[in-house]
Design a binder for this molecule. Structure first.
Ligand code: SF4
Length: 414
């Protein structure tokens, strides 16, 4: 019997080998997925919810209230979309153009600068399939995929046999963790865990570059030079190396220059690639789609056919400076992820929340529209963390509208 595989949208790995058992449009069993994926695939809801001022309404009322808020706003913001399909993201970009909105996503305070460097081809990257098939030296820097992307090590980066790595992790791969704490991933890396102090990444990078060219590596926090030289020697011997970069590294750096320098030094001696560990299942898609439209991956403002870009148009600055007077938040929960001192300003403007889940943001919104979960209840396409396009069909039927449908309806109602 032919098996019917589904795609999990629980993280940016977009695992496409998920089997489910469902009864009466409810998923009871999930096979192959990790613990995050199982919870995600089982999260389908009974009834669609539409609210205005925290009171239940029908879909049409919620749509017309959302459209009225955006129509009356002089400077609306659209934020989120990392957990939306490519189709919904493109619709949101059209909506932002139509209403002269500021448009941003979480990448403006996460890995956006690195993603932009990759999309602009300033840094060498590769695919996860290349990693599985070829990688011999794998670095996890400021990231803990065992927690955030649980099948990363087993499916791609460390444990699997690859076409050119038949003897696998036991003999042919070296996994290295560089982090401020001994994470689950760092424990798997054993002796190849390099613990550095908070904000110590730039210095460690420069010490490593010194080590690569045979100089004595020095840091102000006296990291043992011998250990850095040992690491440099492993990296020099890499036939196919990859650095998976997490927020821990990006938050620690003032800019990407140390990383550019390291990649240059590594590629003079070996063959290294870099991949950002984006979290949401389609952050990469949002960054690519916005880049294709504007030349920027986040923090833009549309203004009568022109595009403005810069930190002023990031959610953090826009809320700090109170420059936006309404917000449409799609599949994101700024009330949970931003500091209270900033996010409290959202309470002063009308907020529309479009989200498959009840969140702090949905509870603090003037309009809440509960949408289908992509991959579980709605189909579409998304871009995996390495840029691979993945299409999916819904695993179960639902009466919940997709965020793409809702965004289109709002646009029509304007
Ligand atoms: S690793 Fe990510 S995409 Fe794969 S099953 Fe787990 S949550 Fe889903």
């Amino acid at each position: 019997m032919e098996k019917n595989y589904h795609v999990c949208t629980g993280c940016s790995l977009l695992c496409d080998d998920i089997e489910v058992e469902a009864e009466k449009n409810k998923i009871n069993k999930v096979h192959t997925a990790c613990r995050i994926g199982v919870a995600h695939m089982k999260a389908g809801k009974e009834e669609a919810i539409f609210r205005v001022d925290n009171k239940p309404v029908d879909e049409a009322t919620a749509i017309s209230e959302a459209a009225a808020i955006l129509k009356n706003a002089k400077n609306p913001m659209i934020f989120g979309l990392g957990a939306s399909t490519n189709e919904a993201q493109k619709t949101a970009i059209e909506l932002a153009k139509k209403i002269n909105a500021t448009l941003d996503d979480t990448s403006s305070f996460c890995l956006g600068s690195l993603v932009e460097a990759l999309i602009s081809e300033k840094i060498k990257t590769c695919t996860l399939d290349d990693v599985r098939n070829k990688a011999d030296v794998i670095i996890f820097w400021g990231t803990d995929p065992s927690d955030s992307h649980p099948r990363h090590l087993s499916k791609y980066s460390y444990f699997p046999r690859g076409s050119e790595k038949q003897r696998g992790w036991e003999e042919e791969r070296t996994a290295i963790a560089i982090d401020v704490r001994k994470s689950h991933t760092a424990k798997i890396c054993g002796n190849y865990f390099f613990q550095i102090p908070p904000k110590g990444d730039a210095e460690f990078t420069d010490a490593l570059i010194a080590g690569l060219s045979g100089k004595l590596p020095k840091t102000s926090y006296n990291y043992p030079p011998k250990k850095i030289l040992e690491l440099a020697n492993i990296l020099k011997g890499a036939k196919f190396g990859v650095i998976f970069v997490g927020r821990g590294l990006i938050y620690s750096l003032e800019n990407l220059e140390p990383l550019f320098r390291l990649m240059k030094a590594l590629n003079e001696k070996a063959n290294f690639h870099l991949m950002p560990m984006v979290g949401n299942y389609n952050t990469m898609g949002f960054n690519e789609n916005l880049f294709a439209e504007t030349g920027y991956v986040n923090s833009v403002k549309f203004e009568n056919g022109t595009v403005l870009h810069g930190p002023d148009y990031s959610i953090v600055e826009a809320l700090k400076e109170r420059t936006v007077d309404a917000a449409l938040i799609v599949g994101s929960d700024p009330f949970s992820i931003l500091p209270r001192s900033i996010v409290k300003n959202l309470l002063e403007i009308p907020v529309i929340s479009i989200d498959p889940y009840e969140t702090l943001t949905s509870r603090n919104s003037k309009v809440y529209i509960n949408t289908a979960i992509s991959g579980v209840e709605a189909g579409g396409s998304a871009t995996r963390m390495d840029g691979k396009k993945v299409s999916f069909e819904p695993a179960i039927e639902t009466n919940h509208p997709s965020d793409e449908t809702i965004l289109k309806k709002i646009m029509e109602a304007l």
